[in-house]
Ligand binder design. Sequence first.
Ligand code: GFB
Length: 332
Amino acid sequence: MCVTSSNRNYRRKLHSYSIIMDQSGKIYVAGHRGMVGSAIVRKLKQDGFNNLLLRTSSELDLRNQQAVNDFFATEKPDYVFMAAAKVGGILANNSYRAEFIYDNIMIQNNVIHAAYMNKVKKLMFLGSSCIYPKLAPQPLKEEYLLTGLLEPTNEPYAIAKIAGIKMCDAYRSQYGCNFISVMPTNLYGPNDNYDLNKSHVLPALLRKFHEAKINKEPVVVIWGTGAPLREFLYADDLADACYFLMQHYNDEGFVNIGTGEDLSIRDLALLIRDVVGYEGAIGHDLTKPDGTPRKLMDVSKLTRLGWKAKTGLREGIEKVYREFIRTSKEMV
Ligand code: GFB
């Protein structure tokens, strides 16, 4: 709960409280149609939380401050999961630089401020591993934030996400709001984006290998050298971690969420080729950027708190591939 800046004793006490979400509480999941938001909704329902407040972007444009203020004033949510954002892969981040910074800053400013104004008991802000400096030591510890220059291809998005973390901390410090932040690594899962110009690497490669298999194409072209290293977390594991932290973490700063293991894009391509059952070759488009050389999360803070990822990468890719085939059949 947010308190006035003068109520310092209460604020000091708040920091040591563990705020447990009660099942009757009204929970707003912003971005519930996306991969992350829909995974959080699945997790909440599984655990008996049914008082969910959901709005599509056409029902509520989160970039519109008045609309967001009206929504919060009318609905008065108790808890907020801030999973709404403009997201995309390396090419989308680099091409729509203005939209990535404008949309994300507007969305998060409006929601975080309205949550404060309407006395939301607890809010979780979701960021991304791209907030870390491009050449930070590996694995990435939470304290490496703002210690160096960012990766240029996603700098606008990263700046927006850093602003979100700092905003939650500032509202905690000045107003006593229990707003927390988490930083997921690269994600994949149900409801991912398969548009080849906008998607992240994992769904893009699933689609490319699948279509090459069906069309008997001799080669699948991947972007860049294949040398960059990436870590991948299944969206339902992320949702489980978010739920866990919403129940147990009440502090400033943020918590990395990942598996603690990474692999090269080349090895990812070989793994996906194997899951899909494609037998052709792999080529490289070197006109496309590699991006950050490596961004492996240090997950020791999360492990110490008591959470660990469950879904292995191959198992997760197999699940997502089954879903991809099912939904592509439904669309035909
Ligand atoms: O997943 P991805 O688009 O984003 O790309 P980032 C990861 C790596 O895979 C890059 C390579 O080195 C890409 O060049 N790659 C190979 C491909 N083939 C493909 C392909 O067909 N499609 C795509 N998309 N990549 C994003 C950031 O960075 O990660 C965001 O731009 C955000 O801000 C997100 O942080 C999690 O991992 O490089």
